[in-house]
Design a protein around this ligand. Structure first.
Ligand code: PLP
Length: 501
C-alpha cells in the first residue's frame, strides 16, 4: 500500500484555530455592517446582464490556496464581484414574491449551526439536534394554535413535526405518505390522483411530477386542478364531483392539497368544509389532506388571525414557512403530520451502516425518515433563537406591523383613481391593477422595477371573464418601514403618468 501524497497540503491545515475564526469573523463583520447599513438606499436590483458575474470570476480554481489572506479581500470582493449581481432580498424596499425575512437571532442561529456542522440524520448522530427540533416544532404548534394531533408532547398523539428545507419538499413527502397509505389498502400505484386548486402553488404539480403521477406540468391524467370561485378559492362542489368521478372510473383519489393563502392573491380555500367532507368518507377511501399554509400560516401567531388555519384539525399534514414571514433565515419549512408512521413507512430505509441500538429500541425518532435527504443540518437552532428573542408577543407585533404597512399602501391604491384594488388585502399582500387596458399594469410593474428603487412582482389571474396582469405588493422584509412604503408610493406616482398616457 502506498502512502497518500502529502505535497500540496497548505501550511495552515484544513481545520481552523479559534484565533483564525475570530479574525475571519471580524473581517467579515466589517463587510456585514456596511451591507446592512447600505440596504435602505441601494438599488434593490441593478439588472445585470447575463454573464456579468461570470465575467468577474476567475475561470479556473486556484492551485495554491489563499489561506487567511482570503479574509483580507473577502469583504471588498463581495462588494465588487458578488453584490452587483444580487437582488437585495433583505432591502426594506423589496416587496416582490413573498420576501424571505431574516433577523439577528436567525443569522446567529445559522452561524452557530455552521460552526457545529452536525449531521442530525439519526437521533444517535446528535441527540440534541433531534430533540431540539422536536421541542421547537411543538413550540410552533402551540404558537400557531394547532390541534394536539400534530404535537409530540400531547398524550396519545401519533403526530409531530420536522423542519424541511422548503414547502415543495414538504408536499412531496406528503404525497409519498398519501400514496403509501393507499397502496397499503391494496390500491394500484398507477391509479393515484391528486387534487388541488387552479390557484395552488406550482410545487404541488411538481411533487406529482417527481413522484411519477404526472409526465410534465400539463399532464392532467392524474392531476386535477379544481376551478376556483370569484375570490379564487377552491370550489368544493367541483372538488367532490371530481373525486366521485375518479372513484367511479376506478381511479384512486390519493391526496387533496388546499392552500391557505395562495401565492398569487392570498386566497384561502374552504378548508373546514373540504375537511368535513373528506372526514365523512370511509377510512380506506379517504384521500390524504395536505394543507399548504407556507406564507400565511405564521399569521396564526396573532389571536385575531387564528382563522387562517380554520379546519386544520382535519388535515393529515400541514406546512408553514418561517423563512417567508417569521424572521427565520432561509431555509426553514415546518412540516407536521397527524400520523408519523404513515410518513416514515413511506420514507424509511435502513442500510447496515445506519443501524444502531437506539433506533432499534424504538424509543427515539430519526428525522432522516421524514424527508428525501438523509443528512440534515441543525436548522432548529435558528428557529429556537428567533422564538426566544422575540417571544410570542414580538412575533405577533411583527405580523401586525407589516399588516399596518400593507394597509397604508392599500389606502393609497384606494385613493388613487388610476389604480384599482382587485382583491381585498390579505394580511401583508396587496393586489392591484392600473385602470384601463390590461397592458398598463404590466408596464407599471416593469417600469417601477427597472428604476430599481423598489421591487414588486406580478401575477396573472382570472378577474371576471378575463385573465389579467395583477401587481403584487407583499410586505414581508424584516426591514420594511413607513419610509419604504413611502418610497414605494413615490415610485408608483412617478411612473403612473408615463404608464397611463
Ligand atoms: C403558498 C405557497 N406554497 C408553496 C410555496 C413554495 O415554497 P418553497 O420555496 O418553500 O418550496 C410558496 C412559495 O412562495 C407559496 O407561496
Amino acid at each position: 500500500m502506498t502512502m497518500p501524497k502529502t505535497e500540496g497540503a497548505s501550511g495552515f491545515g484544513s481545520g481552523y484555530t479559534p484565533e483564525q475564526f475570530s479574525r475571519a469573523l471580524g473581517q467579515l463583520e466589517a463587510w456585514a455592517r456596511g451591507y446592512i447599513q447600505s440596504l435602505p438606499e441601494r438599488a434593490v436590483d441593478q439588472h445585470p446582464a447575463p454573464g456579468e458575474t461570470l465575467a468577474r470570476l476567475d475561470a479556473h480554481p486556484p492551485q495554491i490556496g489563499e489561506g487567511m489572506a482570503l479574509w483580507d479581500r473577502a469583504g471588498d470582493e463581495l462588494r465588487s464581484t458578488i453584490e452587483p449581481g444580487l437582488v437585495h432580498w433583505q432591502s426594506p424596499n423589496f416587496f416582490a414574491y413573498f420576501p424571505c425575512s431574516s433577523s439577528l437571532p436567525g443569522v446567529m442561529g445559522e452561524l452557530a449551526s455552521a460552526v457545529l456542522n452536525v449531521n442530525g440524520m439519526l437521533w444517535s448522530t446528535s441527540p440534541s439536534a433531534t430533540e431540539l427540533e422536536m421541542r421547537v416544532l411543538d413550540w410552533c404548534a402551540e404558537l400557531f394554535g394547532l390541534p394536539e394531533q400534530f404535537r409530540f408532547d400531547a398524550p396519545g398523539s401519533k403526530g409531530g413535526g420536522c423542519i424541511q428545507g422548503t414547502a415543495s419538499e414538504g408536499v412531496l413527502a406528503a404525497l409519498c405518505a398519501a400514496r403509501k397509505r393507499m397502496v397499503d389498502t391494496g390500491r394500484d400505484r398507477s391509479s393515484m390522483c391528486i387534487y388541488t386548486s387552479d390557484q395552488a402553488h406550482s410545487s404541488i404539480v411538481k411533487a406529482a411530477m417527481v413522484a411519477g403521477l404526472a409526465d410534465g406540468p400539463d399532464d392532467r391524467s392524474r392531476v386535477r386542478l379544481i376551478p376556483t370561485d370569484s375570490m379564487l378559492r377552491m370550489d368544493v362542489t367541483a372538488l367532490l364531483d371530481a373525486i366521485k368521478q375518479d372513484q367511479f372510473s376506478g381511479l384512486t383519489p390519493c391526496m387533496v392539497s388546499t392552500t391557505q393563502g395562495t401565492t398569487s392573491t392570498g386566497a384561502f380555500d374552504p378548508l373546514g368544509r373540504i375537511g368535513e367532507h373528506l372526514s365523512g368518507m370511509p377510512e380506506s377511501k379517504r384521500p390524504w389532506l395536505h394543507v399548504d399554509a407556507a406564507w400565511a400560516g405564521v399569521a396564526a401567531v396573532c389571536e385575531e388571525h387564528r382563522r387562517v388555519l380554520d379546519g386544520v384539525q382535519h388535515a393529515d399534514s400541514l406546512c408553514i414557512n418561517p423563512h417567508k414571514w417569521m424572521m427565520t433565515n432561509f431555509d426553514c419549512d415546518l412540516f407536521w403530520v397527524r400520523d408519523r408512521v404513515a410518513l416514515t413507512s413511506a420514507m424509511s430505509i435502513t442500510p447496515a451502516y445506519l443501524r444502531n441500538e437506539q433506533s432499534d429500541s424504538g424509543q427515539v425518532l430519526d428525522y432522516r425518515d421524514w424527508h428525501v435527504p438523509l443528512g440534515r443540518s441543525m436548522r432548529a437552532l435558528k428557529l429556537w433563537w428567533v422564538i426566544r428573542y422575540f417571544g410570542r408577543d414580538g412575533l405577533a407585533a411583527h405580523i401586525r406591523q407589516h399588516e399596518r404597512l400593507a394597509w397604508r399602501f392599500e389606502q393609497y391604491v384606494e385613493n388613487e383613481p388610476r389604480l384599482r384594488l382587485v382583491f381585498e388585502r390579505t394580511l401583508g399582500l396587496v393586489c392591484f391593477v392600473v385602470q384601463g387596458d390590461d397592458d398598463r399594469t404590466r408596464r407599471l410593474i416593469e417600469t417601477v422595477n427597472r428604476r430599481g428603487r423598489v421591487m414588486v412582482s406580478h401575477t396573472r389571474v382570472p378577474i371576471g371573464s378575463e385573465t389579467r396582469w395583477v401587481a403584487r405588493v407583499a410586505v414581508g422584509s424584516s426591514f420594511a418601514s413607513e419610509q419604504s412604503i413611502g418610497r414605494l408610493i413615490e415610485e408608483i406616482d412617478a411612473v403612473l403618468p408615463e404608464v397611463v398616457e
